[in-house]
Design a protein around this ligand. Structure first.
Ligand code: HEC
Length: 122
């Protein structure tokens, strides 16, 4: 095989490989794992799907996390993980009372990231 032909074949193969790999790496939220972690930590006590409870709805959270990410030049996923791991003071939407935000019971970065991506998918 001529060098030029071989190069073309290699480039085509590399392209096909990377194109096939994109969907797998970019968006593989494990929804079942996220929901299980969410329920186990009572996140749903304050956050519902589309209406506000003591905390904002999942829809509103996704929107606010994206806005905050833009404002602070951070990935929305990083903003979400910070919120669920740092126990920062929050104001409850129903009573206006302040308390420390719930800290998630897992230190596994992969599990935290998966939950953050699930929240952001709303
Ligand atoms: C006692 C009620 C309560 C519980 C339980 C709770 N949260 Fe929250 N959460 C809030 C409130 C209130 C805010 C709003 C903070 C703000 O806007 O200042 C908030 C904000 C957030 C945000 C940021 C989104 C935004 O719109 O600002 C994330 C992410 C989040 N919570 C995740 C979780 C996760 C994950 C859990 C379970 C581990 C959880 N929360 C449990 C009350 C709660």
């Amino acid at each position: 095989m001529k060098t030029a032909t071989m190069l073309k074949t290699m480039v085509a193969a590399a392209f096909a490989f990377s194109a096939a790999a994109i969907p797998v790496t970019a968006s593989a939220v494990d929804e079942d794992a996220a929901k299980a972690l969410w329920k186990r930590n009572d996140c749903n006590k304050c956050h519902a799907k589309s209406r506000d409870k003591k905390g904002p709805s999942l829809k509103k959270m996704a929107k606010e996390l994206k806005e905050k990410g833009t404002k602070e030049s951070k990935e929305p996923v990083a903003v979400a993980i910070e919120q669920m791991t740092k126990g920062k003071k929050v104001k409850l939407l129903d009573s206006g009372k302040e308390e420390d935000h719930k800290v998630i019971d897992t230190k596994d970065a992969g599990e935290q990231k998966n939950l953050a991506e699930w929240i952001l998918s709303h």
